[in-house]
Design a binder for this molecule. Structure first.
Ligand code: GLC
Ligand code: CA
Length: 603
């Protein structure tokens, strides 16, 4: 599997130059679409009862909406999204039909890495609001039947956390062993690489105690020492604090890296490109997870999901095999990793990866299904075709895919509109620490700037972090001030207000697809079977549950394709979903339009 670190590639690009390529713009109007299923009224505002039904395994049947708080809705004009802003948009979330919101970190943070550097795990970042705002938000979500999952970032803290301030001040601090230190008198520490670091060095010399500390992310993100039981108890207490407030689960950030051998043996063969895999899955990782489960999770009906857990399916299963009592589900990076280092990708690779991961969990365990997140470019720009002629159809197709696979779909905010990669004019337009530090390194090494910026434009994490496009007013209705990261200029035509009005929009297709998934359990639990694996343009599969079977056919290409129906598969009714208005011609082959996505029951 690829690097389990971010595939933003921005970082790797400083030294690894990519091939150039490009996509010319062309234009044609988006097609309209028929509602082929019980239409979900846009913005249905029916409010569910406040009590949250939580059957066991609820997390398998939910749809997760990943919400990036910094960019969702600003309520006070400072250009930064905030909790009150999210609260003001809860009816919108409700109208989507999503069951769970995963919030990226909202804790106190100096924001070196947009909240993934936490200085106080029990405080809200002042830019985002207050604890009262949080309580209000949670209440508002639960009142609408929406659950809340928080990010848990405990591979590292911020260097501004009180623990670290104390730890770095003296070798006898009671918090010293909350972190990893290498005393200078022992010489230079064994080589460890870091992502985000300008020098790629994971050891930072700290003068007050004449020691190096370990940071596998930026130097403002010192790694926490999980070998220390006191640290582990602190984390358990933090988890209980939020669960006792009523949240519904955690997304465990970078958890595959928490376990380390504190003696830091030399790692022969460690290189700039393999270090993430080399750090993955260290000693006692599963002991820590089982302890978390026993001490905390088992006492709550909470959902737990690990980011990037396991270097392969066998390792990933260890996290989520129910018998092991660790976590509920995992999401792998191999899917979003397809095509991460080039301008194109092969559909056959995407099919192979998703099929492999599905079969690994076919008997037990559970996984997340995603094509994008805050560490990735926009899914439509990467896996679809974001040129005007194909943007809407391909975004609908990708959402159809997410919502018809087995596993819990994770839909990243803005993807329900088909938001695209943005336009950045120079390094000054980027905000991400990964991009800024990679550029600093590139300058030092006199690297190829043209190649660097080409790749950054395509893969930067800032592409998916631009403000949510609500309407056609200034700054897309995100803020009345100056947004912390520029709004994608296409907001004038690509926005929620316009799409809400249009029954054929990406947004309303997304709502329909969620409704269809909720109506048909076969789409949640049904067995997945890939058809025509070698077809370079069509991704087709069946889902089967008992006597019910449904066929999903996705034309992953900007050209029309005819796809012969395999023998024995006969459509047995109207499509549940179709992102084109035309009825499907009856016959032995399906004539598919560019990026057409059809979900049809079969006999
Ligand atoms: C995870 C997060 C990413 C963050 C990193 C360090 O990969 O998704 O945004 O930069 O961990 O916390
Ligand atoms: Ca604000």
């Amino acid at each position: 599997m690829r690097s389990p670190f971010l595939s933003s590639s921005a970082f790797r690009l400083a030294t690894v130059m990519l091939l150039a390529g490009g996509s010319a713009a062309c234009s044609q109007n988006a097609k309209t679409e028929t509602a082929t299923t019980a239409a979900t009224p846009p913005a249905a505002a029916t409010t569910a009862p406040a009590a949250l039904a939580k059957p066991a395994d609820w997390w398998k049947e939910t749809v997760v909406y990943q919400l990036y708080p910094r960019s969702f809705q600003d309520s006070n004009g400072d250009g930064v999204g905030d909790l009150k802003g999210i609260s003001s948009r809860l009816d919108y979330l409700k109208s989507l039909g999503v069951g769970t919101v995963w919030l990226n970190p909202i804790y106190a943070s100096p924001n070196d890495d947009n909240g993934y550097d936490i200085s106080d795990y029990r405080q809200i970042m002042p830019e985002f609001g207050t604890m009262a705002d949080f309580d209000e938000l949670l209440k508002g979500m639960h009142a609408r039947g929406i659950k809340l999952v928080m990010d848990l970032v405990v591979n590292h803290s911020s260097d501004e956390h009180a623990w670290f301030k104390s730890a770095r001040a003296s070798r006898t601090s009671p918090y010293r062993d909350y972190y990893y230190w290498w005393p200078a008198e022992k010489g230079t520490p064994p080589k460890r690489y870091s992502t985000f670091d300008v020098k790629k060095d994971a050891w930072q010399y700290d003068a007050p105690t004449k020691s190096y500390y370990l940071h596998i992310f930026s130097k403002k993100q010192p790694d926490l020492n999980w070998n220390n039981p006191k640290l582990r108890q602190e984390v358990h207490a933090i988890m209980r604090y939020w669960l006792d407030k009523g949240i519904d689960g955690f997304r465990m950030d970078a958890f595959q890296f928490v376990a380390k051998d504190p003696s830091f043996p030399p790692m022969p063969g460690l290189t700039e490109s393999n270090y993430a895999n080399a750090y993955n899955h260290g000693p006692h990782l599963h002991d820590y997870l089982q302890e978390i489960n026993k001490e905390v999770l088992s006492h709550y009906n909470a959902m737990s999901v690990a980011e990037g857990a396991g270097r392969n399916t066998t390792e990933a299963m260890l996290f989520v095999d129910p018998a092991r009592k660790e976590l509920d589900m995992t999401y792998h990076f191999e899917g979003v990793g397809v095509g991460s280092n080039s301008d194109t990708y092969k559909l056959t690779d995407l099919k192979r990866v998703f099929t492999k991961w599905d079969s690994a969990f076919a008997q037990k365990g559970w996984q997340a299904i995603d094509l994008g997140n805050h560490d990735q470019p926009r899914m439509v720009s990467k896996f679809g075709d974001d040129r005007p002629a194909f943007r809407a159809a391909s975004a609908k197709l990708l959402n159809t895919f997410l919502l018809t696979m087995r596993g819990t779909p994770y839909c990243y905010n803005g993807d329900e509109l088909g938001m695209t990669n943005s336009t950045f004019k120079g390094i000054g337009d980027y905000r991400d620490v990964a991009a800024r530090n990679a550029y600093a390194l590139l300058r030092q090494q006199h690297g190829n700037e043209a190649a660097f910026f080409h790749s950054l434009a395509r893969f930067s994490r800032d592409n998916s972090r631009t403000p949510f496009q609500w309407d056609a007013t200034a700054h897309a209705g995100f803020t009345t001030g100056t947004p912390w990261l520029g709004v994608n200029p296409n907001y004038v035509t690509l926005n929620e207000a316009a799409q809400n009005q249009d029954s054929a929009s990406v947004l309303n297709h997304f709502r329909r697809a969620i409704a269809v998934r909720q109506q048909h359990k076969v789409l949640i639990h049904g067995q997945y079977h890939l058809l025509d694996a070698a077809n370079p343009a069509i991704y087709a599969y069946t889902r089967t549950l008992g006597a019910e079977r449904v066929l999903v056919v996705l034309n992953f290409s900007s050209a029309p394709h005819s796809w012969p129906l395999p023998a024995g598969l006969v459509p047995s009714g109207r499509p549940w979903l179709n992102n084109y208005p035309q009825a499907l011609p009856a016959g032995p082959a399906l004539a598919l339009q560019p990026w057409q996505a059809v979900v049809v029951p079969v006999r």
